[in-house]
Design a binder for this molecule. Structure first.
Ligand code: HEC
Length: 120
């Protein structure tokens, strides 16, 4: 996902998100994660400043309300005492945060060695 794609991805995603009944694809979620600069501190499968999303998913996937918790943390931030904390993102809607949370949790389902970009 190149930054230059943002110009057209952002309005498209904003349009789709207006209708939360539509199922969101992994590509939609990645567009949101790029748009909201999550990938500055995170990567899907390797720790950066923040934990790898696949590791978060592996830890949380057995919890039934994990997606709601993640969506809340994405919007509200998180500081558990490490050297870095997760900044709050109040500008992100509940619908967008939920799309991102589902995408992150789904990363636990696929093998860690199969990160082909665009693969579902
Ligand atoms: C400035 C760096 C930074 C940015 C930007 C950032 N994060 Fe984080 N994130 C972190 C750090 C650091 C942690 C670990 C915080 C802790 O454990 O105290 C974290 C934790 C998380 C977690 C794990 C929560 C858990 O319960 O284990 C998720 C999910 C997450 N971030 C998603 C996102 C999403 C989605 C975005 C974009 C909207 C984002 N982050 C943007 C730094 C960042």
């Amino acid at each position: 996902m190149k930054i230059s794609q943002r110009q057209w991805v952002v309005p498209a995603v904003a349009g789709w998100m207006a209708c939360i009944a539509l199922p969101a694809s992994a590509a939609d979620a990645q567009a949101l994660l790029t748009q909201h600069r999550c990938y500055i501190c995170h990567a899907d499968r390797e720790p950066v400043t923040g934990p790898a999303f696949a590791d978060v998913a592996a830890q949380l996937r057995s919890r039934r309300d994990a997606s709601a918790d993640l969506a809340r943390e994405i919007r509200g931030g998180l500081a558990r005492g490490g050297p870095w904390h997760m900044p709050p993102h109040p500008e992100i809607s509940q619908a967008e945060a939920t799309v991102m949370a589902h995408y992150i949790l789904d990363l636990a389902e696929s093998a860690p060695t199969a990160p082909a970009p665009g693969a579902r």
